[in-house]
Design a protein around this ligand. Structure first.
Ligand code: MG
Length: 279
């Protein structure tokens, strides 16, 4: 795989059925790298891995993280996220751990060096049974990733940076890192993103280029609104300036929840241009 430039701008994309067409479309947006999201509906067969491997090789495209999302997750509002996302729901924990290993296996087959996912809303109390169960699960998954020479990125936002840092230190695995998403800090009302980045920075190996506005204070439990990059409350020029000032040299990966076939790629291309003008 080609190596990355400092603060190289890439795109987060989902594994769609036609791997080669997906990678070609990504390149037409002006990127040569990104993060591959694998949702719970993707059949992880040897044929899937072979198709992605061939597509990445043919297009000389660098995937630096595979992300997992799971069947049954919903991001409708914060109580729904708490109930359905990541490793928190006890009923799906075992199945999601198995699925996670399969996504890591796919990443390893593609030569990807990092795995990431939302672990869900971790309880504040470190003696809470869900906290203990998720901590142990994260350690097992981190060790499994390490056995493939991969790191394991925790995604930010579902808790304040101080709380994520405490959990991170409790996990105490050298290959556990952080994928920093400035918009998530805002969307979940978890704290000012630039300050949060500074607190977590030494553990951050990848960053999401995403923007959003704060939740409506009049609607408790609501999430904020994702916005087109540069039009939300992150202050993208200041955020990228902070990345440079603090010596962050890892990738910046555009993540957009904008849907609709045409608009999606246009929006991603515009976000790539904006970040390239700032990096
Ligand atoms: Mg993100």
């Amino acid at each position: 795989m080609p190596t990355l430039k400092d603060r190289e701008v890439g795109i987060f994309f989902w594994a769609e059925p036609d791997a080669l067409a997906t990678v070609r479309t990504l390149k037409s947006c002006g990127v040569n790298s990104g993060q591959l999201g694998v949702d719970g509906s993707v059949k992880l067969t040897p044929e899937t891995a072979a198709a992605w491997k061939a597509a990445l090789q043919a297009e000389d495209f660098h995937v630096y993280t595979v992300f997992a999302a799971y069947e049954g997750e919903s991001y409708a509002d914060i109580p729904t996220v708490e109930r359905t996302v990541g490793f928190i729901p006890a009923a799906t924990r075992e199945a999601r751990e198995l699925r996670t290993r399969e996504v890591i296996d796919l990443g390893a087959a593609l030569g990807v060096k990092s795995f990431g996912c939302h672990v869900g809303c971790i309880p504040h109390d470190p003696t809470h049974p869900d906290y203990v169960a998720v901590l142990e699960m994260v350690r097992r998954i981190a060790d499994y990733a390490a056995s493939h020479g991969m790191s394991y990125c925790l995604e930010t936002g579902q808790e304040p940076a101080e709380q994520l840092l405490a959990f991170f230190e409790d996990v105490a695995r050298p290959n556990v890192k952080i994928n920093f998403d400035p918009a998530n800090m805002i969307l979940y009302g978890s704290g000012e993103p630039i300050e949060a980045f500074k607190l977590l920075q030494k553990h951050v190996i990848s960053v999401h280029g995403k923007d959003g506005d704060w939740p409506d204070a009049a609607k408790p439990g609501s999430l904020g609104t994702e916005r087109v990059l540069g039009e939300g409350s992150v202050n993208i020029p200041k955020f990228v300036g902070t990345l440079k000032e603090t010596g962050y040299n890892g990738p910046i990966c555009v993540e957009s929840g904008v849907h609709g076939e045409e608009q999606r790629w246009q929006t991603l291309s515009a976000a790539v241009k904006l970040l390239n003008s700032l990096r």
